[in-house]
Design a protein around this ligand. Structure first.
Ligand code: PLP
Length: 230
């Protein structure tokens, strides 16, 4: 098996153990392989090891890879970065789940592109539960009103909440943010209205699973270190 294949198997094992530890079914947690800054060949390797969902943070990079890997028909792209409205048109044709919607203005741009392609776009509302000034996402207090506004877009379907909490050296220290996202989801109508919670990365996905994550976004632990942002 390739290194990437071995690491993927390790992560899947760790996800299964984390699920066992809190009485959840491992199939209730989707693993998104975060592939930003890694070449298409690395994604191909992960695909051959059974991985289907990939996460990208930059519109142009997602489009390039989607084109390079167009021969893999069931590959699914998650967009997990900050999306400028003028880039919506590039991302919408490829995206399976757009995880970072936090404004009506972006929703308008997405709606327009979705209508042009006669498709529905599944999105997550990104919430800045840590309240850090430099992080994207709406604040928890705005979430209910924003969700209602997003629900009015006929071609967008809000499937849940996503968060990127402050970096903590100790994985255990992120638990409070993950719990805050789940509590917010439960206040906003629970899993029937918002089935997905996207939270947890390489060093803290086990904690996120214990707190109810249905999507974990794991990059470094699968693909190794990233080159500097371009
Ligand atoms: C890069 C990134 C990840 C993956 O982080 P790792 O620590 O490499 O697992 C997850 N989520 C978002 C939003 C990211 O930008």
């Amino acid at each position: 098996m390739s290194d990437i294949g071995t690491r993927l198997a390790d992560i899947r094992g760790a996800i299964a153990r984390a699920c066992q530890g809190c009485g959840r079914d491992p199939s209730s947690v989707a693993l998104v392989a975060v592939s930003k800054f890694h070449p298409a060949s690395a994604l191909q390797e992960a695909y051959e090891a059974g991985q289907r969902e990939f996460g990208e943070s930059y519109a142009q990079e997602l489009v390039e890879k989607a084109e390079q890997l167009a021969h893999l028909p069931d590959i699914r792209w998650h967009f997990i970065g900050a999306l400028q409205r003028n880039k919506a048109k590039f991302v919408v044709p490829h995206v399976h789940l757009l995880e970072t919607v936090a404004s009506v203005r972006l929703a308008e741009a997405l709606e327009q592109r979705a209508q042009a392609l006669s498709r529905t776009v599944d999105v997550l509302l990104q919430v800045n539960v840590g309240g850090e000034a430099q992080k994207s996402g709406c604040c928890a207090e705005e979430a209910a009103a924003l969700l209602e506004q997003l629900d009015a877009f006929p071609s967008l379907r809000v499937r849940g909440l996503m968060t990127l909490p402050p970096f903590e050296l100790e994985p255990e220290d992120t638990r409070t943010y993950f719990r805050a996202l789940r509590t917010l989801r439960d206040r906003l109508g629970g899993p029937a209205r918002l089935p997905h919670l996207s939270m947890g990365m390489s060093h803290d996905f086990e904690v996120a699973i214990a707190e109810g994550a249905t999507i974990v976004r794991v990059g470094t632990a699968i693909f190794g270190d990233r080159a500097a942002p371009r």
